[in-house]
Design a binder for this molecule. Structure first.
Ligand code: ACO
Length: 403
């Protein structure tokens, strides 16, 4: 049994911090959050400015390289990304091995992990050039893999990427296009998706990013690390919340049922929580949720969906919750997942695709954080300790003598 006092006396420190609520696991220059003020910066730039004035590929460049690209750098980066959009043809067999009704997160977790069996050169993490190629491969191939998972689930043929389209347009084309008909990508929807991707691109040491870093700290290859991040993201307390939030809004159905759900969320004997509400770090309005609410309004207007019942329920739920002493006292505000599902549903994505879309956007954050860690000469394998609360040492009892 570890004697904590002895350990402390020997090492000078030992912290017990379940959920890592007050423990930094690394130094990072990528993303800054001020949870009390509701501020989020990528490399010093505010999320509102980036969502309003930039685009997702540029934000990818920023997260990976620390600076916004010049025009020439941006063109070169886009060329690198489009170069890698196809996946090895044999990977299509992986999809065919799954049941059609498999959750796409299960499929992409397996397929992304399998990339290391195809792109061996990118598994040499000691080579900085290969690390950059691995980053580009992941950012480029995630849309293709996720669109393939969707196409497989609905029994339609896979669509090869089109490198004449921009990042989001190509993703929409691979997802909703079919070979027998021309597909016209809506610029409004592509631009809304681009914004959603920017909002989800990184969020410092959340559970999935910490998982990527922990997996990577042992020297595991980048594809395996991102697959680990995808597995962690799937949980309903993390990336799975966007799917859960929309399901909840659908269950509520009409504004008159909101008080019933608010009461359930407050009832300590009921495990129900308002999905898309609350955050470990934000104790104020999540700045991403604000942009998301506005984007939802724009997309619904553009699609001619006026008075969308789910949007009405969401707005009313937010209003009621934010004036309720329980939510005020606990500083529970809508998070990024509260409104994103409404937009994605209006675009035609089924709810099971919501978390894969989050994974697509977060891949750049994961890989930027992984690259930062690997390049750090002081990097060590992540190896938390524990507080052992089990039995003290005892004598072994042969099976015949056990009561
Ligand atoms: N509805 C009702 N009560 C809540 C909610 C909620 N959504 N979230 C937290 N609370 C309450 C808890 O019951 C707890 O109450 P208590 O102090 O009386 O026990 C208190 O607020 C603090 O909650 P914790 O779970 O301790 O806070 P933590 O920081 O560990 O959890 C989390 C944060 C997981 C996001 C939580 O707020 C939650 O479960 N929210 C719903 C799921 C969700 O929307 N997740 C997405 C997060 S954002 C993202 O991953 C992109």
């Amino acid at each position: 049994v570890i004697d904590i006092r002895k350990l402390y006396a020997e090492t000078g420190h030992f912290t017990y911090d379940p959920g890592f609520t007050s423990t930094a696991s690394c130094e990072s220059t990528i993303t800054y959050i001020d949870g009390d003020e509701g501020v989020l910066l990528y490399r010093g730039y505010s999320i509102d400015d980036l969502a309003d004035k930039s685009d997702f590929p540029e934000v990818c460049y920023l997260l990976l390289n620390g600076e916004l690209p010049t025009q020439a750098q941006k063109e070169k980066f886009l060329k690198n990304i489009t170069y890698h959009t196809m996946v090895h043809e044999q990977l299509s067999m992986f999809f065919r091995g799954f049941r059609r009704d498999a959750h796409p997160m299960a499929v992409i977790c397996g397929v992304v992990g399998a990339l290391s069996a195809f792109y061996h050169d990118s598994t040499d993490i000691s080579d900085p050039v290969q690390r950059v190629i691995a980053s580009h491969r992941l950012i480029a191939k995630m849309p293709t893999i996720i669109a393939m998972a969707y196409k497989y689930s609905i029994g339609q043929p896979f669509m090869y990427p089109r490198n004449d389209l921009d990042y989001c347009e190509n993703f929409l084309y691979m997802t909703f296009g079919v070979p027998c008909e021309p597909y016209k990508v809506s610029p409004t929807l592509a631009s809304a998706l681009d914004k959603i991707f920017i909002l989800h691109a990184d969020h410092e040491q959340n559970a999935s990013t910490s998982t990527v870093r922990l997996a990577g700290s042992s020297g595991a290859n980048p594809f395996a690390c991102i697959a680990a991040g995808i597995a962690c993201l799937w949980g309903p307390a993390h990336g799975g919340a966007n799917e859960a939030a929309l399901n909840m809004l659908q269950q509520i159905g009409t504004p008159d049922r909101i008080p019933e759900y608010i009461a359930k969320a407050k009832d300590k004997n009921d495990p129900f929580r308002l999905m898309g509400f609350g955050h470990r770090v934000y104790k104020n309005y999540d700045p991403r949720a604000k942009v998301m609410q506005e984007t939802a309004r724009q997309v619904l207007d553009e699609l001619g969906v006026h008075n969308d019942p789910l949007f009405q329920v969401a707005m009313e739920l937010e209003k009621i919750a934010l004036s309720d002493p329980y939510f005020i006292e606990k500083k529970l505000y809508p998070n990024v997942d509260f409104y994103s599902g409404i937009i994605l549903r209006a675009m035609g994505f089924p709810t099971t695709m919501f978390t894969p879309l989050f994974a697509l956007a977060r891949t750049v954050g994961w890989i930027a954080q992984w690259s930062e860690m690997i390049a750090d000469p002081s990097q060590k394998i992540g190896r938390p300790r524990q507080l052992y609360t089990g039995s003290p040492r005892r004598a072994f009892v042969p099976v015949a003598e056990r009561a």
